[in-house]
Ligand binder design. Structure first.
Ligand SMILES: [Zn+2]
Ligand SMILES: [Zn+2]
Length: 325
């Protein structure tokens, strides 16, 4: 199974400013002082491998969109599997058009965590929706997914109406407590604590590899005893992509009941579930790359301090990250 992150930010897309880029360049120049580089490639290698990621890279600013490529004998219909339609969907759509031109099937299975704006705003910019040969199936735990997508393309908000889209578009409402076989993977849903509710998805491919996509869910410290169902949902997953929008200090002070979780709670849940990897996800838009890198380092330290038998690898998702399971 291959998991490709097209958008990892929460709530609102974030763009780099000139000042941010200048700070990164200045920090890189300091880190490279006294060194010389033979060519661009060598300098690029230094930027990629020797600089801190917050200086030589960026977590990115597109909102949530994650692609799952299942592997194994049952992956026969070669459909795309995509979680959420945040602004990262735009880049996925352009890449998918290239892959379709090279022969990939024009079938898209979407799985929607929920219908908040940051999770659907990419759809009006999803080029395959204009492809008359494309078939788009939008799976959701919510029965009002079609209403949400049509509404954001009404004339008052957007110039291109939903009915102008040329692809064949279907909406499917999924139930919890059922295992579905869709696009060559087994899919299960879990309802989560969030405004208007959200749903987590557990994907299992024919090789038995498991990815859990669980964003926009508030797991509170004081109700951890009642989180046995979440622990079961995460059980022995190869990768858990989890909403870790706030640091613990933020989540227990001013941001309680905002519908999001902390890195600490996600690690506790993954440890209890014996998950193998956790990807921090749905980054707070006001956090800088350095803030997110600090939270990542603290998360690794906390996971090491509290681990029991199974080692949990803590990744920090960024736009463009690919994880092979
Ligand atoms: Zn969100
Ligand atoms: Zn939300």
């Amino acid at each position: 199974m291959l998991v490709r992150f097209w958008g990892t930010r929460g709530s609102l897309p974030v763009a780099q400013t000139a000042a941010i880029v200048q700070d990164k360049i200045a920090s890189a120049l300091l880190a490279a002082s006294g060194r010389s580089f033979a060519d661009f490639e060598e300098a690029r290698e230094f930027a990629r491998d020797s600089l801190d990621f917050a200086i030589g890279g960026s977590y990115g600013g597109a909102t949530t969109c994650v692609e799952i490529e299942a592997r194994g004998a049952k992956q026969v219909d070669d459909a795309f599997i995509v979680c959420d339609m945040g602004s990262g969907l735009r880049s996925f759509g352009l890449d998918a058009m290239r892959r379709c031109a090279a022969g990939h099937a024009r079938v898209y299975h979407f799985f929607m965590s929920h219908l908040h704006w940051d999770h659907i705003m990419g759809f009006p910019f999803f080029v395959p929706a204009f492809d008359p040969n494309a078939h788009i199936i939008i799976h959701s735990g919510h029965a009002d997914a079609e209403t949400a997508l049509r509404r954001q393309q009404e004339e008052i908000s957007f110039p291109v109406a939903f009915d102008w889209l040329r692809a064949k578009i279907e909406f499917v409402t999924l139930e919890t407590d059922t295992a579905y076989d869709i696009g060559g993977v087994q899919v299960e849903l879990m309802e989560q604590h969030h405004s208007h509710s959200s749903f987590g998805y557990r994907f299992t491919d024919a090789d038995g590899k498991v990815t859990v996509f669980s964003t926009d869910s508030e797991h509170k410290m004081e109700t951890m005893a009642g989180e046995a169902d979440v622990e079961h949902f995460f059980r022995e997953a190869d990768l858990v992509i989890c909403d870790t929008m706030y640091s613990l200090a933020d989540s227990v002070s001013m941001k309680e009941d905002w519908g999001h979780s902390s890195n600490i709670v996600a690690i506790d849940l993954c440890h209890a579930a014996k998950a193998k990897q956790l990807a921090l996800f749905h980054h707070e838009p006001t956090y800088s790359d350095a803030d997110i890198a600090r939270m990542h380092a603290e998360s690794i330290r906390y996971a090491e301090l509290t681990r029991e038998n199974v080692t949990l690898d803590v990744l920090c998702a960024y736009d463009g990250l690919e994880v092979v399971l």
